[in-house]
Ligand binder design. Structure first.
Ligand code: ADP
Length: 266
């Protein structure tokens, strides 16, 4: 029998840090609570530790210090029972399976029912109509990313983790996805955490933007995105959205400038 779908979890990171072998400190002991059902975006300079933080939440990277709790569980437990899905920049689709085959396998592994109509809807939503039977090698990088997003959504996870999921997607499709995807994860009531380097995307998609410092990642700003939902691409150009983008940019610039000050003083 298919396991019960769980409600979206709250995520609590307590003193969570990561230092890689070789001594690179990517994330400094960090405390962060992410409310159930919200969409939170992590932004920060390239190489600051965003992906490392997301991978620790996903149970794919072990913490050096501290812990992550996903609704009271350790991440690997949530991962094991398919309570979370990831779509990362490198989409890791099985090359010998079609788009549909990849999604079906994810559903079978998660012991969820394989509903062909629902799969077709997801494929259509990510703009891959006509490519259901195509294998990854015959798709562009952006199309593979979109297939991975459809696969991540298919199991209706309580927690959805997306790392630069639109990185290789063309600008127009990106805008469409940024408008359409939140409607799905809101309808499914998912807790969503995503990493992006696009401030516009962060503001349009999120309830909350966490700005991280240059490496090792520390929280330097926590900005609530109070725009009404559902959001549209046009709303992203409104005054309210522009003000929020300014706030995010200002926090990013301030933290980068602060990181350079000790060097400048030498
Ligand atoms: P971001 O996602 O913000 O670009 P990452 O989390 O990917 O940053 O990386 C943060 C830092 O950790 C970088 O300096 C990167 O080189 C280093 N790093 C990431 N993964 C590893 C690893 N497996 N081993 C050693 N260093 C790593």
């Amino acid at each position: 029998m298919a396991p019960e779908l769980t409600p979206p979890p709250e995520i609590v990171c307590t003193g969570l840090g990561k230092t890689f072998e070789g001594g690179t400190e990517a994330v400094e002991a960090l405390n962060l609570t992410i409310a159930a059902g919200q969409t939170t975006t992590l932004v920060g300079p390239s190489g600051c530790g965003k992906s490392t933080l997301l991978r620790m939440i996903a149970g794919l990277e072990e913490a050096s210090v501290g812990a992550v709790s996903i609704g009271g569980e350790a991440p690997f437990e949530t991962l094991k029972r398919a309570g979370l899905s990831v779509a990362f920049q490198d989409p890791s689709l099985l090359p010998w399976r079609s788009v549909r085959g990849n999604i079906e396998l994810a559903l079978k592994l998660a012991r969820r029912p394989v509903d062909t109509g629902a799969i077709d809807q997801l494929i259509s939503l990510v703009g891959l109509d006509g490519f259901a039977e195509t294998r990854p090698a015959e798709l562009s990088g952006g199309m593979r990313q979109r297939a991975a997003i459809a696969r991540a959504l298919a199991t209706k996870p309580g927690l959805l983790l997306l790392d630069e999921p639109f990185g290789a997607v063309d600008e127009l499709t990106r805008q469409q996805l940024a408008q359409d995807l939140p409607r799905i994860w809101e309808a499914q009531g998912t807790t969503t955490v995503l990493v992006t380097h696009s401030v516009s995307e962060a503001v349009l998609l999120s309830d909350r933007v966490i700005v991280l410092s240059p490496r090792p990642a520390k929280i330097v700003a926590d900005i609530q995105i109070t725009l009404p939902r559902p959001r549209t691409t046009e709303m992203g150009r409104d005054k309210a959205a522009s003000n929020l983008k300014e706030q995010v940019f200002a926090a990013l610039s301030e933290s980068m400038a602060a990181a350079q000050r000790p060097l400048a003083a030498q």
